[in-house]
Design a protein around this ligand. Structure first.
Ligand SMILES: Cc1cc2nc3c(=O)[nH]c(=O)nc-3n(C[C@H](O)[C@H](O)[C@H](O)COP(=O)(O)O)c2cc1C
Length: 268
């Protein structure tokens, strides 16, 4: 069985992981299944894979690392010798040590990591940074990458763990800084809600932290990870950030990295 397994608040990780899993399923002639663990209720279920399974496993890059809110869930998965392909999606800045961290986590779970990739997705904070990515060019790379994995598996030439870019020991979380070089702390920042809100509750349904109250969607009852789900999925664009530190960081990224096309990197 081939699994597409991912966390994807704004859908970019989902696109790449599902495509690679589809190519593997077709190429290896086996059925594929999706495990989308974006919602907290799915992360409550224990997962155990089998030796013959192949899992394309994706997370976005948050602060140069695997999102820390996912660590408990990922550490609880039982790989049982299944093959895994760690994939990270980053928003045009850098993936720093996220891929090596994800590879290590999956190896510690008992997976054998045979290939890996760092892809690029529209930044969660922005509509302009890496806008529309993964685009056609990225998806072509994902498809070709999937085909190369199929060939590698048919040749029986895989080696595990896969070598990826990143540092050991793994560096700390990327820290945004203001004009004076002081670190910007956005951990407690939450979106605000305008009067265009029609209380459709979609934001509460899609929040990966289950933080938004169904009774009053203006209320955030749990931590907000700034994933962008409630903002980008709102049908009336009623959610926004007004925290000066957050807005400064977002603008700094858009201005500094807006003209760059960050590269996709694959490892076999
Ligand atoms: C809290 C947070 C931190 C982020 N940190 C980084 C980063 O360090 N480097 C980067 O290039 N993109 C960063 N991003 C952008 C995401 O990695 C990127 O938008 C990704 O495609 C989102 O995946 P999704 O659409 O599956 O949710 C960050 C996003 C969030 C929400």
């Amino acid at each position: 069985m081939v699994y597409a397994m991912y966390f994807s608040a704004t859908g970019t990780t989902k696109k790449v992981v599902e495509l690679i899993a589809e190519v593997l399923g077709e190429g290896l002639n086996c059925t594929s299944e999706t495990i989308d663990f974006t919602l907290p209720i799915v992360r409550e279920q224990k997962r155990s894979l089998e030796k013959d399974d192949i899992v394309v496993f994706g997370t976005p890059v948050y602060a140069g690392r695997v999102p820390n809110v996912l660590l408990k869930y990922i550490k609880g998965i039982e790989g049982n010798g299944a093959k895994a392909i760690p994939i990270v999606l980053y928003g045009n800045r850098n993936y720093d040590d996220a891929l090596i961290e994800l590879r290590n986590l999956l190896e510690e779970d008992g997976f054998r990591t045979i290939a890996a990739g760092a892809f690029v997705g529209e930044h969660s904070f922005s509509y302009t940074l890496a806008q529309g990515r993964p685009d056609e060019q990225d998806l072509k790379i994902a498809k070709d990458f999937g085909k190369s994995i199929v060939n590698m598996l048919k040749d029986n030439s895989e080696h595990s763990p896969v070598s990826v870019n990143g540092q050991t020991p793994i560096r700390g979380y990327y820290q945004p800084r203001d004009r004076k070089g002081n670190s910007i702390d956005i951990r407690k920042v939450k979106p605000k809600t305008t009067d265009s809100c029609i209380s459709c509750k979609l934001c509460a349904e899609v929040c990966p932290m289950g933080a938004i109250s169904f009774e009053d969607v203006r209320v955030y009852q749990n931590i907000c990870i700034k994933c962008g789900a409630c903002i980008k999925k709102c049908p009336t664009q009623a959610k926004y950030f007004d925290d000066p530190g957050f807005l400064y960081h977002k603008e700094e990224l858009e201005v500094g990295l807006g003209n760059k096309r960050a590269v996709v990197e694959t490892f076999l």
